[in-house]
Design a protein around this ligand. Structure first.
Ligand code: F0G
Length: 446
């Protein structure tokens, strides 16, 4: 053991110290400030969560975005917002032209949510290079890793973070170590992570145990952790909100709904909105609406109890991406919800899969966890917590192909010998024109 430890230490200990004077991180609990030239993921004074402190004390104009940047950064839907991001050196930045995702609108989904008298738009983060929103955070996290001279980058994951890290680490030429709960992430995400060359470690445990174990490792060794406890990763995820607001011509919607798992996005969205307000790009805040799966809803329970006592749970949901029982960014998420007078709700697996089928059916498509946004909006409208004429944006966090098994199970599985209502089963026919003609007739007449 000692020999392994010494050999690892000898390899990791040789990084050049970085000089990054413009970077400051600050503890959200005690306010202590630290230089951002090291991979810090918790406050060294009190153990609290850290934020990158951008000291945004001057107005920023919308027409400043993308101006004066090298082409690779100008075309990134993350780095074009550089005036609102940490000042990392150009030569450290690893970008895959992430972001630039569509903001869809389809009246049928507005009706589904109960917002027929209002407006529903869907920001589709599945249109990122590795098909989830994680790429926006990863470009900043891995670039910071390079800037501070990291030798290896690591994450625990329910699948999307690992796919994204594997891709960006490969781009950066850095080795990546990934911890996943064995048998509990989708095949597509595992395939991506393997294909992009990360070292995949499957643990006999759930995501929460994987993250706890990895933090023990990164506390003991100079291994760069890119989970959302890393404040630089959240900086990239802020750009979902920046890009959404820009696509809405800076007209603030009433509600932004998103799924809540480890609560990194909830944290990032709250920070993004506060910063847009501070630099004068918006003049009011939308409500953030966080939607958790009913079987993985410790934050919803914490919120419902007036934030008196947080209790972790053992998570269980079909939406494996958000199967998380002890979210790392709980305190930051509370700040986001309190700061936007936001909403928190839960939805059942059945509601998630029905909302997903509705999103898929109009040709947009998303993975199960993403559909929690629409399912949550529908529930909040039905409960009268969101007005039916509200302007809402739901965030679709991942692509439909991320979890093909979930699609097959929904549409092809037997439900007591019968197909589920609304199931779209392929038909098999003889290779003859009459058989095909009968199929054409059925397709036209239902
Ligand atoms: N949606 C998808 C598709 C996700 O992959 C995740 C998180 C979330 C929503 C929840 O976001 O954690 O910011 O609240 N996936 C992580 C992972 C945990 O490892 O890929 P959050």
């Amino acid at each position: 053991m000692g020999a392994v430890r010494d050999a690892v230490m000898a390899t990791l200990g040789s990084a050049e110290p970085a000089s990054l004077p413009a970077l400051v991180v600050r503890c959200m609990a005690c306010g202590a400030a630290f230089a951002g030239d090291r991979p810090l993921t918790r406050c060294e004074t009190c153990g609290g969560l850290l934020d990158v402190d951008l000291a945004l004390d001057r107005p920023v104009r919308a027409d400043a975005f993308g101006v004066g940047l090298p082409p690779t950064l100008r075309h990134s839907g993350v780095w074009r917002y550089r005036p609102l991001l940490p000042a990392l050196p150009d030569d450290a930045i690893v970008s895959r032209w992430e972001g630039n995702t569509p903001l869809y609108e389809d009246g049928r989904l507005g009706e589904y949510a109960g917002l027929g008298a209002g407006e529903l738009r869907l920001k589709h983060e599945g249109h990122n290079p590795t098909a989830s929103f994680k790429d926006r955070g990863m470009t900043v996290g891995v670039s910071h890793a390079r800037a501070v001279g990291a030798r290896i980058v690591a994450c625990a994951s329910t699948g999307n973070t690992s796919a994204s890290l594997a891709s960006y680490a490969a781009a950066a030429g850095l080795p990546a170590l990934v911890l996943i709960p064995e048998g509990k992430i989708s095949g597509g995400k595992l395939a991506q992570t393997i294909a992009y060359g990360a070292r995949v470690v499957q643990i006999a445990g759930d995501f929460d145990q994987a993250l706890t174990l990895l933090r023990e490792l990164t506390d003991a060794y100079d291994v760069y952790l890119v989970n959302s406890v890393n404040p630089f990763r959240l900086e990239g995820q802020k750009t979902i909100v920046f890009e959404m607001l820009e696509q809405l011509d800076w007209q603030v919607p009433d509600v932004i709904a998103l799924p809540g798992g480890n609560l990194g996005n909830t944290a990032a969205f709250g920070k993004a909105l506060a910063e847009l307000l501070a630099v004068g790009l918006i003049d009011r805040l939308p409500k953030l609406a966080v939607v958790q799966a009913a079987g993985a809803a410790p934050f919803a329970a914490y919120h419902a109890g007036g934030y008196a006592r947080f209790e972790a749970v053992v998570a269980e949901t079909i939406a494996t991406a958000i199967k998380i029982g002890n979210p790392a960014s709980t305190a930051r998420a509370r700040r986001s919800i309190e700061g936007t007078i936001g909403l928190v709700t839960t939805v059942t697996d059945g509601e998630i899969m029905d909302a997903k089928a509705a999103i898929d059916r109009v040709g947009i498509g998303c993975e199960p966890a993403s559909a929690a946004s629409l399912a949550g909006l529908r529930r909040l409208v039905a409960e009268g917590r969101i007005a039916p004429d509200a302007r809402a944006v739901g965030v679709l966090t991942g692509h439909v192909l991320k979890d093909a098994d979930a699609v097959v199970a929904y549409h092809l599985a037997d439900h007591d010998g019968a197909a589920r209502e609304g199931a779209n089963r392929p038909v098999s026919i003889a290779a003859t024109l009459p058989a095909l003609e009968r199929t054409l007739h059925d397709a036209l007449h239902g």
